[in-house]
Design a binder for this molecule. Structure first.
Ligand code: B4P
Length: 215
């Protein structure tokens, strides 16, 4: 009987500590930068190396658009003009995605948050789980390089927001006005870091890995 109780006791406490460890080890990163700065490209590589789950709001919207869902139709109205999808739509979708992956070792938020309102919502969502963003890493790329990259991608991607220079420049303007302040929001908590987003994909991946390894 005593052995039995010991076993139950050990099992209970091991279980608790495993749960605590998983929570303590969860690392959440925001991959930040203007459109076309390489967030999606690098997030996929980081996901493989660190076993984190990438959440790309752009990919989620494109999936919904491809399936002609009500959410996709709503997103299309904004994305095709290079505008941001309204916060209430984006935040709800993000929350569902986070809540559907409780076993993830952590998340790479790619393309989210794009407004201060989204950043506050993210902090609240993670805070409710006693977790937080570990670091925001911003990829710095100048405007003309972005236009070149996105027009090039537009030749094959079929993305309406990549095929017209005016729409791309509009996306860059919106980034500067609405999204760039998110960098300062996390800088106030000493969590923001800029890295050079120009160079080979592998070189930039190395710069990002150095940042993650230093957490
Ligand atoms: P996203 O899908 O997030 O993507 P993105 O800004 O177009 O590009 P990303 O930075 O991921 O660049 P990528 O690696 O693909 O956004 C699209 C739209 O969705 C937004 O404009 C908005 O309307 C909507 N949306 C998304 N999230 C939202 C949110 N939170 N709130 C509101 N609206 C939201 O790289 C770009 C190209 O560069 C690729 O062709 C790649 O091959 C190339 N490239 C990458 N690295 C390179 C390098 N080092 N050198 C040369 N080329 C490189």
């Amino acid at each position: 009987m005593i052995n039995y109780l010991k076993q139950i006791f050990a099992k209970f406490f091991n279980f608790k500590s495993e749960q605590t460890m998983t929570k303590m080890n969860r690392i959440h990163i925001i991959l930040f930068g203007p459109p076309g700065s390489g967030k999606g490209t690098q997030a996929k590589k980081l996901e493989l190396k660190y076993g984190l789950v990438q959440i790309s709001t752009g990919d989620l919207f494109r999936y919904e658009m491809g399936n002609d869902t009500p959410l996709g139709l709503k997103a299309k109205e904004y994305m095709s003009k290079g505008q941001l999808v309204p916060d209430e739509v984006t935040i709800g979708m993000l929350q569902n995605k986070v809540d559907s992956s409780p076993e993830a070792k952590g998340f790479i938020f790619d393309g989210f948050p794009r407004t201060i309102n989204q950043a506050e919502a993210l902090d609240k969502l993670l805070g409710d789980k006693n977790e937080s963003v570990a670091k925001l890493i911003a990829l710095e790329v100048e405007d003309d390089e972005i236009v070149t990259r996105l027009l090039e991608r537009g030749k094959t991607s079929g993305r309406a927001d990549d095929s017209n220079e005016e729409v791309i420049r509009n996306r860059i303007d919106i980034y500067k006005k609405e999204t760039a302040p998110v960098y300062e929001f996390y800088a106030a908590a000493n969590k923001s870091k800029r890295i050079n987003g120009i160079g080979s994909i592998d070189d930039i991946f190395q710069r990002l890995s150095d940042e993650l390894d230093s957490i």
